[in-house]
Design a protein around this ligand. Structure first.
Ligand code: FAD
Length: 471
């Protein structure tokens, strides 16, 4: 696998010399992403201007076996855009347009580099709604969301990115351009390639255009905060709300250490003397929202919530949402290294998982705060540490390995929304078994026999696998 002067000349002829950067400074910027500890230099950074250029670039890389790392905003948390095997980083800064909002079919068609929140704002202006709202949406891109199958605060009721992808334009690893799906409510023509590419982490091809489903904007919304002195009572409330046949838009959990840090960061008057809070939202017709909020407040109180407060204004509600969304950024201020995971369990097992995370943290003497999408069973145990302290990092890795094992043991998974990347590749086999890994490798091989698309991601190298598993 080699980048060379010949490759550079060909890439410059396709994308223009100003869009091929192999200077040390230029490469350094794209040598890391939001994941600590996997920094690695690419050979060059290339920014195509359209699909045809992407196709030609991919053909050159295929011919010369140069790895391609497609990159949105680099906010992924699984080292999914660290160029661990060198090659080119493919940037979509020129391909960032909203191409069409179709009000008859309720769709929006975008280029890969569109920032998620820009698109959400554009459709909301005309009364339409795109529900997937990762906390990083101010900077994340749509192609990044699609490739990680990202979720957000509204996932419990509305689902995740996968549920909104209707059609894709894809450049395959041999340079062929294909189109999958359409502006269609129904389409069973052949294998569902659209779904296959959602969550594929840039390992199967390059997405150059996407058509996404929109829905009408809900009529009203209400937000409330339930406070608990008992962590497990909060977790129990989550399952009990759903068992009462209410699906709220949002059902988020924050433990006390997270609350303290978030309040310090956001300064909105969050209570810091309680063990946990649930942030709960419902949207829809006014009478349904009022009824559900009342019922959920009753459930929380029956599970020993010490107080249930409903936000009185949209400004107050928005402050609560923003505070929750800032949890990771707030925690990241405390220590040099923040490692955030997203072990996920069936929601009925949330209480057990929260307890296990706390016990594992004590056992390995590491500092773990937990928050997350409790209604989805998707927790974010977040370790505050220092990558320079190798002895502590070993304990952190052991603690997370136990957390993953516990999640699987409870019928869960190693990642609910952040993807596998390099970071969780050694653990994928725990979830899928050797046969599952073989099936996925067969898919990868049939699309990308030369292994040029984001190599080293998803499937663990034996060396790292041994390192993690032997512990
Ligand atoms: C503060 C913070 C909060 C976060 N909150 C959430 C959250 O609430 N929910 C959640 O799910 N995630 C969250 N994340 C993780 C991250 O933001 C998401 O995974 C997001 O979708 C990544 O988007 P991106 O544009 O940064 O993509 P990148 O990180 O650049 O890339 C992500 C993956 O997509 C691939 N890719 C990018 N563009 C293309 C393309 N055109 N074709 C093929 N492959 C491509 C990359 O190779 C990589 O594998 C958070 C991260 C941070 C830092």
């Amino acid at each position: 696998m080699m980048y060379s002067q010949e490759v550079k000349t060909k890439l410059m002829a396709i994308a223009g010399p100003e869009n091929v950067d192999d200077s040390k400074a230029g490469r350094l910027v794209y040598s890391y992403d939001a994941t600590p500890n996997f920094q690695s230099m690419p050979d060059a950074v290339v920014a195509p201007r359209n699909t045809k250029e992407v196709s030609e670039i991919v053909k050159v890389c295929s011919e010369h076996q140069v790895p391609i790392v497609p990159r949105g905003s680099g906010t992924n948390l699984c080292a999914g855009t660290c160029p661990t095997e060198g090659g080119i980083v493919l940037l979509f800064k020129h391909m960032n347009q909203i191409l069409e909002i179709d009000e008859e079919n309720l769709t929006v068609t975008v280029q890969p580099g569109v920032v998620t929140l820009d698109m959400i704002h554009a459709v909301e202006k005309i009364g339409l709604f795109y529900p997937p709202d990762p906390s990083s949406m101010k900077i994340s891109t749509i192609a990044g969301n699609i490739n990680e199958n990202s979720g957000g605060l509204r996932g419990l009721k509305y689902g995740v990115t996968r549920d909104y992808v209707l059609a894709l334009e894809i450049v395959l690893p041999n340079g062929d351009i294909i189109k999958t799906g359409g502006k269609l409510a129904k389409d069973v023509a052949g294998y569902d390639l659209t779904r296959l590419f959602v969550g594929s982490e840039g390992t199967l091809g390059v997405i150059t255009e996407a058509t996404l489903k929109l829905i009408p904007m809900p009529e009203t919304k209400q937000t409330m905060l339930a406070l608990y002195q008992d962590l497990e009572a909060a977790a129990r409330s989550v399952s009990k709300i759903i068992a009462n046949k209410i699906i709220p838009t949002t059902l988020e959990f924050l433990d006390q250490p997270t609350l303290k840090v978030v309040e310090d960061f956001a300064q909105i008057g969050l209570p810091t003397d309680v063990q946990a809070v649930l942030l709960i939202e419902q949207d829809g017709p006014a009478e349904v929202v009022a009824r559900d909020m009342e019922k959920m407040a009753e459930v929380c109180k029956s599970e020993m919530a010490i107080s249930v407060q409903v936000a009185q204004t949209e400004i107050e509600a928005d402050a609560l949402r923003t505070a929750r969304r800032s949890a990771l950024s707030a925690l990241a201020r405390l220590k040099p290294t923040t490692i955030l995971e997203d072990a996920t369990v069936p929601r009925s097992e949330i209480a057990k998982m929260v307890r296990a995370i706390n016990e594992i943290a004590v056992k390995h003497n590491v500092n773990i705060c937990t928050f997350g999408h409790a209604g989805d069973g998707n927790l974010h145990p977040t370790c505050l540490t220092d990558a320079r302290d190798h002895e502590e990092m070993e304990r952190v890795e052991e603690a997370f390995a136990e957390i993953f094992a516990k999640a699987i043991d409870l019928g869960g998974t190693i990642t609910g929304e952040h993807g596998v990347g390099v970071m969780k590749a050694p653990y994928l086999e725990w979830k899928l078994g050797a046969e599952g890994i073989n099936a996925m490798k067969a898919i990868k091989h049939s699309f990308d026999p030369k292994n040029i698309m984001n190599p080293g991601k998803m499937f663990a190298k034996e060396s790292r696998k041994r390192m993690v598993i032997s512990k």
